[in-house]
Design a protein around this ligand. Structure first.
Ligand code: GLP
Length: 248
């Protein structure tokens, strides 16, 4: 894992945007793995601002990591809506260039079928040029919560209390936060030539240290990234703490 520490979130976002721009210039017809949450927002804003530097995007495809279960398609908290608002509209991407797990149903059996469908789509699209990741306070990536099975394909998950509480800031009340989601599995996340893991803020420091220094264990899902050959971990100083000293 290549660890890079930036003075602040703005610097981290700029670096990430430079890297993604470079990749899109080299592979304008690649598949790009995207993430939601607040952390990639700086990267997405920067890409929109620097749109003039991007090549023609008509051949690009994007895949997202996850989607809440049971939110209607245009729900403002659905990840599909989030991506349209925060990135796709600004870049002028068409709806058919972007893929999400279908998750608007409430029935778990239907959801499992939708998860299988998304897994098949990921296989069909093939290896990604890059996968953007954020990190949950409990070390989750996508919605692979602690103790999930590393070999699982795209699957239905029960969100942990910690994740429900952390994500309730986007909803009016905690009760409105969906209790389940469909997420790409670890194998799917690994199917990318490069992974950019973006982490900002002191509240993520403990998870970062465990992910980098701790054993590879499903207790801290992001720790598995130690096994991927090309991960760049981009941290601001608040998230890094004394990590660089510990790595020496
Ligand atoms: C959600 C998403 C994750 C994201 C995490 C962190 O749970 N499913 O993909 O990494 O939130 O969000 P934030 O960046 O807002 O801290």
């Amino acid at each position: 894992m290549e660890v890079k520490v930036f003075k602040d979130y703005a610097e981290l976002s700029k670096f990430a945007a430079n890297r993604v721009l470079e990749l899109i210039q080299a592979e304008p017809a690649g598949v790009y793995g995207l993430a939601t949450g607040s952390t990639p927002l700086g990267l997405y804003a920067e890409l929109i601002e620097r749109k003039a530097e991007l090549p023609d995007l008509s051949q690009i495809k994007t895949v997202n990591l996850d989607e809440y279960l049971g939110l209607e398609l245009n729900h403002p908290q659905s990840y599909r809506y989030f991506m349209r608002e925060k990135l796709f509209a600004g870049l002028g991407l068409k709806a058919e260039q972007s893929y999400f797990p279908r998750a608007e149903m409430k029935d778990p059996e239907e959801a499992r079928a939708a998860a299988r469908e998304y897994e098949a789509k990921l296989q069909e699209l093939g290896q990604r040029t890059v996968q953007i990741l954020g990190l949950g306070e409990n070390g989750h990536i996508g919605f692979n919560e602690p103790d999930s099975v590393f070999t699982a394909p795209t699957h239905l998950v029960d969100l942990t209390e910690n994740t429900i509480a952390a994500n309730s800031r986007f909803f009016e009340t905690e009760e409105e936060v969906p209790r389940q989601a469909i997420t790409m599995g670890m194998a799917g996340i690994f199917d990318s030539k490069e992974i950019l893991l973006l982490v900002s803020g002191e509240q993520k420091r403990a998870a970062v240290q465990q992910a980098v220094l701790g054993p590879v264990s499903p207790e801290l899902p992001a720790s598995i990234l130690q096994l991927h050959p090309n991960v760049k971990l981009l941290l601001d100083e608040a998230a890094a703490g004394d990590l660089l000293t510990k790595l020496k």
